[in-house]
Structures are given as structure tokens and as C-alpha cells.
Design a binder for this molecule. Structure first.
Ligand code: CA
Length: 390
């Protein structure tokens, strides 16, 4: 039986037919294939009330719903972008919370290994491109998920602000061009800030309190250098981005390698002069906490949880704020608090992004930090689904 077409898992119970699923996507030929309230758009059934945010790709959409979205910037997004590319899939971006601003970094996950195995895409990812509204966008592979994996994660900047409870249909993932030249892949064109600490100096950072911050090649997560802090007794040693960001709802993440489990380091958000910030600190062996610093007075708001970093493995840690609510992410699995955001209060509504060293114990050689990035963040984050391959 052809797909009854529902898209999101919570709605599966409403499906009366055997659905054809590709991940969570229900494919269709026309709207007659879709459940009531859903329209066939770009080969996928989409909930009519969510359709917003631009061009529908020019694909057939029987019973079309006028999406009423903003102008799409011209051009027919559904036209094939470049004949040298053999395949494409639509990239559907679903929101719950609004992702305002034109710079939201969107993550699409693709079984790149399967495409490579089938001879449909290059193993090095050179031919994998993101095109929105007919224009190619910079895309970068996730710092923890490389090419040719079953879960290759690719980031790109959304083509526009994403309204709440909407689905944006302007973007496509293209692949299948064996002679593809090097792609546009500048991290700063995707994220608000990215530093792999490969520049040879720390000119991108303001040392608010003199410290022992240095670049070092003895341990790296990516490239040939990382940020290093050698052993030093207790004392705040703050770095903040230079030029300063002034951002509110963002996530800062970095990869950490600790020579010892019991190091005390922090990621900081809404940093303002005078050592004011919210932060999450790795508290000796207890995991990561939530805290604030107001007029140099540090106050812990949520005790450390999760687990201490395993040494000397590289672990990604993220610190995110949306409104007053904060979350910490350890690796791909752990969120603190597990139930969702923790209310930090309204001391600071925006500010810069930074790092703090508090205590780096002797032995173990210190702490290494690499592949740091900052990106807009709302809770819950938009989700992304790929449409069927064309
Ligand atoms: Ca690096």
C-alpha cells in the first residue's frame, strides 16, 4: 500500500495505512497519498499548517497550499542547480521554536557511507553540496562525524529566519559529481565563530586575565594545533572572543582533552566586562555544573552532574542558552539537566563568549581545547529530514 503520509513520529498513531518510511519521512506522489491535513511537497507529505518560510522547490504539489512565506530571494529553487550533479534530496527544516536571525546553523545527517558504497557520491565529500534557493552555500562536516559514515553530519547556514512551527523547503543536498572541485567550506560562513587554533597565535581571543594560554601541537583534535593550558594553581584565567560577540541565544562548544580527570575548566556565555558571565565548569571529578559570575563573585546554581571527562580522550562539551534556560551537552548523549533547560535567571541578556581556566593540576601535562565553535541555538532545535532522492 502506498504511503499514508505522516511525517513526525508522534503522529504515527494516526496513520491508518502501512507507511513507506525513509527515516521519518513519508514519501508521496501527490496529496492523495497523504493523510488529511498533509500536502505532498517535493515528494514528501508535510503538515499543511507548518508550511512556511519560502519557496516549495517548484515541485509538484497537488492541492497546493500557498505557503505565505517570505519572498524566497528570487529564482526557482526547484530547478536543477548544476547538470554535473546527478542526484539531490530536499532538505526539510522543521521548527518548533522560532530561529530568528538569518544565521541559524542547520545540521543535516546523511548516510554518506551508503551513498559512497552505491557509487552515488564521493568518499571525500567534495561533491556533497547544499543549495538553497538556487544558490550554493558553504557547508562543513561536523567536527565529530566525518565523511563516508552512516551518520555523516553536515552543517550549513539556514537561508532565512525560521518561523516557529514551520517547515522550510528551500534547500537541497546535491551529490554525484565525480569531478567536483573543492567546495565552499568556510566554517565562519556557517557558524558565528569557529577556531581550530591553527592560526599560529591567539589574536582571536582577549586574555582578560593574564594566563598561560598557548597553542600546542602535542595533542590535537583537528589539524595540527590546539589551545593548551599547562598546570597552574587555582585562579581565574579568562579568554573571550575578539572581536567580541554580542549574542544571547547561542551554543558554544569545544573539544576537551584533560591530562587528569580532576581539572576545573569552564565554557562561558553572555560575558560582559568585569568578569560577568554564565558558565558551565568541569568540577574536579563531579561532572559539569551551571554557575554565574556577577561582579567577580562566582555562584554555583546547579551542582555538577553527568560524569567527569575520561582522560585523555577528546570529548565534545557544549553550553547553550535560550532565554534564561541553559543546557550542557556532553558528547552526543548526555544533556544536563536531562529534563531540559535550567533557569539561570535574568542577570545578563546578551554578551560575549569565552573560556575560563580555574585549576589545572600538576601531572598529566595540562588541558587541551580544540575545534571551538559558536552557533545560534533555540530549544528545541530545528530538526531536519531528507526527502527522497531525485
Ligand atoms: Ca586544531
Amino acid at each position: 500500500m502506498r504511503a499514508s503520509a505522516l511525517l513526525l513520529l508522534p503522529l504515527l498513531s494516526a496513520c491508518t495505512c502501512e507507511p513507506f518510511t525513509d527515516g521519518l519521512v513519508f514519501t508521496c506522489h501527490d496529496t492523495a497519498d497523504c493523510a488529511p491535513g498533509f500536502l505532498c511537497q517535493q515528494g514528501v507529505c508535510l503538515e499543511a499548517t507548518r508550511l512556511d518560510g519560502g519557496d516549495d522547490g517548484g515541485a509538484p504539489d497537488a492541492g497546493a497550499h500557498e505557503d505565505g512565506g517570505e519572498p524566497d530571494g528570487g529564482g526557482d529553487a526547484g530547478a536543477w542547480w548544476d547538470e554535473a550533479w546527478a542526484h539531490r534530496q530536499s532538505v526539510l527544516i522543521f521548527t518548533t521554536s522560532a530561529a530568528t536571525g538569518p544565521d541559524y546553523a542547520v545540521r543535516v545527517e546523511v548516510d554518506h557511507a551508503a551513498l559512497v558504497d552505491a557509487g552515488l557520491a564521493r568518499a571525500d565529500g567534495h561533491d556533497l553540496r547544499v543549495v538553497c534557493g538556487g544558490e550554493e552555500r558553504d557547508r562543513v562536516v561536523d567536527t565529530g562525524h566525518g565523511w563516508n559514515l552512516a551518520s555523516t553530519r553536515v552543517w550549513f547556514r539556514a537561508p532565512r529566519a525560521l518561523p516557529a512551527n514551520s517547515v522550510n523547503r528551500e534547500c537541497f543536498l546535491y551529490y554525484g559529481a565525480s569531478d567536483a572541485p573543492a567546495p565552499p567550506a568556510t566554517p565562519s560562513q556557517v557558524f558565528l565563530l569557529f577556531d581550530g587554533f591553527e592560526s599560529g597565535d591567539l589574536s582571536g581571543w582577549n586574555q582578560e586575565q593574564p594566563g598561560l594560554w598557548q597553542l600546542d601541537s602535542s595533542q590535537t583534535h583537528g589539524g595540527s594545533a590546539a589551545l593548551h593550558y599547562p598546570p597552574e594553581a587555582a585562579g581565574r584565567r579568562e579568554l573571550s572572543a575578539l572581536p567580541a560577540l554580542h549574542v544571547a541565544d547561542v551554543l558554544v562548544e569545544a573539544w576537551f582533552s584533560f591530562g587528569l580527570v580532576s581539572q576545573d575548566m569552564a565554557l562561558r556565555l553572555r560575558v560582559t566586562p568585569g568578569s560577568n558571565s554564565y558558565e558551565t565548569s568541569h568540577q574536579t571529578t563531579g561532572g559539569w555544573n551551571l554557575a554565574k559570575v556577577v561582579d567577580t563573585t562566582w555562584q554555583q546554581l546547579l551542582p555538577p552532574s553527568g560524569s567527569a571527562l575520561v582522560t585523555p580522550e577528546w570529548t565534545r562539551v557544549g553550553f547553550a542558552l535560550h532565554g534564561t534556560r541553559a543546557s550542557v551537552f556532553i558528547g552526543d548523549e548526555v544533556r544536563i539537566p536531562a529534563s531540559g533547560g535550567f533557569d539561570l535567571g535574568a542577570d545578563f541578556d546578551a554578551g560575549n563568549v569565552g573560556i575560563n581556566k580555574y585549576l589545572v593540576r600538576a601531572d598529566g601535562g595540562g588541558v587541551w581545547i580544540d575545534d571551538l565553535l559558536v552557533r545560534p541555538w533555540v530549544d528545541p532545535e530545528p530538526t531536519v529530514q531528507l526527502g527522497p532522492r531525485e
